[in-house]
Design a protein around this ligand. Sequence first.
Ligand SMILES: Cc1cc2nc3c(=O)[nH]c(=O)nc-3n(C[C@H](O)[C@H](O)[C@H](O)COP(=O)(O)O)c2cc1C
Length: 462
Amino acid sequence: MTADTTRWAWALLVCGAWLWLLFKPLRLQWQAWRTAQRPATAAGQPGPLLIGFASQSGFGAQLAEELARTLAARGCPAQARALQRIRSQDIDAAERMLFIASTTGDGDAPDNAAAFVARVMQAPRRLPRLRYGLLALGDSSYAGFCRFGRELDAWLHAAGATPAFARIEADGGDAGALRAWTQAVAQFTGQGLDVAARPAEPPPPLRWTLAQRRVLNPGSPGAPIHHLVLQPPGPAPDWQAGDLARVWLPPAPGQAEAWRDYTLASLPQDSAAELLVREVLRPDGQRGLGSGWLGHGLAVGGTLQLQIRRNSGFHGPDPAVPLVLIGNGTGLAGLAVHLGERERARMAGQRVAPAWLLFGERTHRFDALCDAALQAWLADGLLQRLDRAFSRDADAPARYVQDLLGLHGGLLRDWVARGAAIYVCGQRDGMAEGVHAALRQALGEPALEQLAADGRYRRDVY
Ligand SMILES: Cc1cc2nc3c(=O)[nH]c(=O)nc-3n(C[C@H](O)[C@H](O)[C@H](O)COP(=O)(O)O)c2cc1C
């Protein structure tokens, strides 16, 4: 009997081992299936919680980065990444994601989402495992209010992803909507986010005085460009090259409050906010509301409400990075201010890389804006190269700034190979679109997308 028991035990052991080996492939498949079915938990996440952002002027980027820091500090690893840097495989693998999507232009996606829109959103995708939350940033004074955030949400829905909570839309950075977003994210991640994850408020608007105003292009076949110098009521608040000034227009009876954003052409060290404002002439011959008032209605010595607004999407790179500046018209404000910032960096003993300015306007005679300052920068080497294109010179064929990129394609590739960043400022329709096409032609689409993803192709266009 004892011998039988031992024999039986051996037989069972051998059979068991044989069955175990026989069914190994099935077991592996079962384990893979179980892993795929596991609910999304912090431990089940393949990596940190991704917060994809699409941001033009930097508010959405700032919110995303702040949120990632807050979550990480509470033990929920999170990473903020521009949509441009999110690949198809990242989104396929994710079980939970957050999105912060701003809208710019006329209901358009921000530049740092362009490649995501073209590459990921155009292809059909199945994302049944993804649960997500989405914050859309916009301004209801635009016809396409939060249009890109809504499009992204609709695309995620269509791909089978599940919203963990209904899309939240923040109109003009509305504090209530941002609070609702923080609470929804807290629930979604299981983290008590008692401190609202939102960046610092911009400084309050102050009453600035119009100290000087002059027309920069008298005689031009184009509309006048006014150069305004505004002085703050006390010490100037801080800002950097690329930031904006929001100016409130005087209230008109029966009309909603109106403001306009202008790229600052000066730095706080100048102790004044300088703006370039092109007069807008409407088809009925009337002057535009904002430009008419700033160019004519407001008397020198008069005051206006002005708020400095951060526009981190157009802040400059390290001064040691070569800079290619491209633009037209009043866009010179946002280009020259970067040269001013580099001039200060050089005076402070920092190493400053060369800059190249490509600028387009109407006539050489009347529209070579700020020529004296540009020539001085050329002479002292801050500006290594200045190329201008004029479209209405009688003695030369019409040439636009984008044509210069075609003419100097080889040089442009050299600058980019040496690490240059490309900054574009000015008119969106016509100029910025033409420049984008010319850059694509000169550098190739993938290289241009990579530059944008690396923050080396930035635009402030309107
Ligand atoms: C030039 C410009 C165009 C804009 N166009 C729109 C728009 O079409 N629809 C919208 O809802 N908001 C629009 N906005 C408002 C922005 O979406 C809003 O200011 C947002 O907070 C900006 O976020 P960001 O800094 O992340 O780009 C526009 C803002 C600017 C400066």
